[in-house]
Write a protein that binds this ligand. Structure first.
Ligand code: ADP
Ligand code: MG
Length: 243
């Protein structure tokens, strides 16, 4: 479903930084991959290159056969196939919950108002927000906002869901409700790439864990391998710091 081959990303301002250094990863349909690594190791840049929020400097990225880096590829097509959920929710503040979940369906997927509303209601029910459809984001808790953001992404019927530290901005008591929604998605067979520091989630849900450091993939393996028998010193050091 996702094929990243020899991906490099260099930022030139304020000074040259190799944010991704020869990153290659194949992620199968239905696979759940958790990406971990220290701050600044390139985790967000990797996700952002997958849906072309950042344009990789070189390499190849295919999403279900769609050539993401080919400038002729319709960016809206890529974004429609790749849902993304951010740490900071990024809901439209001046739109209601329902409007947040129907807008892109109408604009990008060209659905009628009715069809978009029905789809939205089904998904908002699924994430447990169906009683709040007419409120604005600032009237919701962080956990509720993040669940709306997940519903909004799912409304596009993406082939892949990317999560960039979806629970990092949440109060502790709200982390579980968001992880539960993600676990359900994983169980239903969604292809997911999840950057998170929630090691319990990684252990329980990940098919594979990727550890990044300094822009490169240092080590990858099953959660079992990762948490009981990591090979590289940098992985061991990182795990000793967070566990
Ligand atoms: P992580 O998500 O693992 O914390 P990032 O992917 O955000 O790491 O960042 C990787 C490196 O790229 C860091 O050194 C960061 O400062 C740099 N970087 C990220 N985005 C930009 C940008 N838009 N401009 C310049 N440098 C950036
Ligand atoms: Mg990040």
């Amino acid at each position: 479903m996702i094929q990243a081959k020899n991906v490099f990303k260099t930022f030139y301002a304020p000074h040259a930084i190799n944010a991704l250094v020869d990153v290659s990863a194949n992620i199968a349909a239905g696979e759940v991959v958790v990406v971990i690594g220290p701050s600044g190791s390139g985790k967000s840049t990797f996700l952002r290159c997958l849906n072309r929020l950042e344009h990789a400097t070189s390499g190849h990225i295919y999403i279900d056969g769609l050539d993401v880096l080919d400038r002729r590829t319709d960016i809206n097509k890529v974004r429609a196939e790749v849902g993304m959920v951010f740490q900071s929710f990024n809901l439209f503040p001046h739109k209601t919950v329902l409007e947040n979940v129907t807008l892109a369906q109408k604009v990008v997927r060209k659905r009628s108002g009715n069809a978009a509303r029905q789809k939205a209601m089904t998904l908002l029910e699924k994430v447990g927000i169906s009683d709040k459809i007419n409120v604005f984001p600032d009237q919701l808790s962080g956990g509720q906002q993040q669940r709306v953001a997940i519903a909004r992404a799912l409304a596009m019927e993406p082939k892949v869901m990317l999560f960039d530290e979806p629970t990092s901005a949440l109060d502790p008591e709200m982390i579980g409700e968001v992880l539960d929604v993600m676990k359900t998605l994983a169980r239903e067979g969604m292809t997911m790439v999840v950057v998170t520091h929630e090691m319990g989630f990684a252990r329980e849900v990940a098919d594979r864990v990727i550890f990044m450091d300094a822009g490169a993939i240092v080590e990858e393996g099953t959660p079992e391998h990762f948490f009981t028998n990591p090979t590289h010193d940098r992985t061991k050091l990182f795990l000793s710091q967070i566990l």
